[in-house]
Design a protein around this ligand. Structure first.
Ligand SMILES: *Cc1c(COP(=O)(O)O)cnc(C)c1O
Length: 407
């Protein structure tokens, strides 16, 4: 394994990793669903509520100013970690789903009948349903980039689909079900060449690699705090300032901003225009802490470590008879979806849980992918940088026992 990256030191930052499930040591392989939190984030939650809890942006008193400063500092830090110099382009939302719905509603208001939106065959439900709702509302047309058996997108088919009718392309950077890393930079370039805007679903990105939004040149980017070692209930939408300025407010719309106070303090100014109501203040501040934590890590070393872990786990899984892995993209992150012939994924998942191993079973909010492979669901082991080869061995032993019981 990698010698530059000390996984055992890193594990000490995450108290939950030493928890037990019954009398078994927890092995947490459900990072694709949500990641665990480092001590620095846990401490920040307590510090906020015990030292400076106050509503932000509208108080003259000391605590409110401290909270406002911390919240806005978090925004600026997150902006800089994502390669964004203008923090007005960073909006706090509830998460990826909320960020995408914001764009589907608000950017959607600028679209008209016959305009086309392109998504891909491997999208999470939260990057499918909001666009279907928009198409219903506005008479737009939804088109889907097909996928190969390997779990890679048919990029040439995508190129053919693009035309002056294309107004938005919304694709995932990394598939949560298959691990595929899509060639988003090229896809963004091609979309821009026909004048289309691009939204990147980055819910699975920042935890596995460094993401430079300006280099990518996407128009929107969505992510969830809880998947990048921060709290639930908070996320980010990056949007180009020029676009955000053209877009109408999302929540409450005109009705909610008709009050004088509200108009004066928030309407027409970014980022507040899209942040109606009291936000998840502790969440925003602690998401900043999560980014601060990630910033201390060597993402290059982590990527190398995770790909070694992926390769090791893939090899060990393939030793099991009847193993089939779904998602064999050349460019893949540390997510493995699999099925074992003659067993049901739910039964396997339940038995693994009894042995302390947390994996996810089911469709992973990507039913179209399951339909594509004609399967009801998979077992998914998704790794973070704090997972180890020994934990993979524990899963393999548990799988062998489970298969013995089920077959
Ligand atoms: C988790 C996930 C989402 C949805 O994120 P929420 O935190 O549930 O809003 C969207 N897309 C991908 C690729 C995901 O992994």
């Amino acid at each position: 394994m990698s010698d530059v990256f000390d996984v055992y030191a890193i594990r000490n930052d995450f108290p939950i990793l030493s928890e037990k499930v019954g009398d078994k040591q927890l092995v947490y392989f459900d990072n694709g669903a949500t990641a665990q939190k480092p001590q620095i984030v846990l401490d920040a939650i307590t510090a906020y509520y015990s030292k400076y809890n106050a509503n932000i942006h509208r108080g003259v008193h000391h605590l409110s100013q401290v909270a406002t400063q911390a919240y806005e500092d978090a925004r600026a830090l997150i902006a800089s970690c994502l390669g964004v110099s203008n923090s007005n382009e960073i909006l706090f939302t509830k998460g990826t789903t909320d960020s995408i719905n914001l764009v589907a509603f608000s950017f959607g208001e600028l679209l008209k009948e016959g305009d086309e939106i392109i998504i891909s065959a491997m999208e999470h439900h939260s990057n499918i349903v909001p666009w279907q709702m928009l198409c219903e509302r506005k008479g737009c047309v939804l088109r889907v980039i097909p996928m190969f058996e390997s779990g890679e997108l048919d990029i040439e088919a995508y190129r053919e689909m693009l035309s002056e009718r294309t107004k938005l392309v919304a694709v995932t950077h990394i598939s949560n079900a298959l691990g595929t890393i899509n060639p988003v930079k090229k896809m963004i370039d091609w979309a821009h060449s026909v004048g289309a805007k691009v939204l990147i679903d980055a819910a699975q990105s920042v935890q596995h690699m460094s993401v430079d939004v300006k280099d990518m040149d996407c128009d929107f980017l969505a992510l969830s705090g809880h998947k990048v070692f921060g709290p639930t209930g908070v996320g980010i939408l990056y949007g180009k300032e020029e676009l955000l300025n053209q877009m109408p407010p999302y929540q409450g719309g005109g009705d909610m901003i008709a009050t004088v106070t509200f108009e004066k303090t928030t309407y027409n100014t970014l980022p507040h225009k899209f942040e109606a109501g009291t936000p998840h203040i502790a969440g925003g501040i602690c998401l900043g802490k999560a980014f601060e934590y990630i910033k201390t890590l060597d993402m290059g070393a982590i990527q190398k470590y995770e790909s070694e872990l992926l390769e090791y786990a893939t090899g060990r899984l393939l030793e099991i008879e009847g193993m089939r892995i779904y998602g064999e993209a050349k460019n893949k992150t540390s997510v493995i979806s699999f099925l074992i012939e003659g067993t049901h994924p739910y039964d396997v998942g339940t038995l693994l849980d009894k042995m302390g191993i947390a994996v996810r079973t089911g469709h992973h909010c990507t039913q179209p992918i399951m339909d594509f492979y004609k399967i009801p669901g998979t077992i998914r082991a998704s790794f973070a940088f704090y997972n180890t080869k020994e934990e993979v061995d524990s899963m393999i032993n548990a799988l062998n026992r489970a298969v013995g019981m089920l077959k």
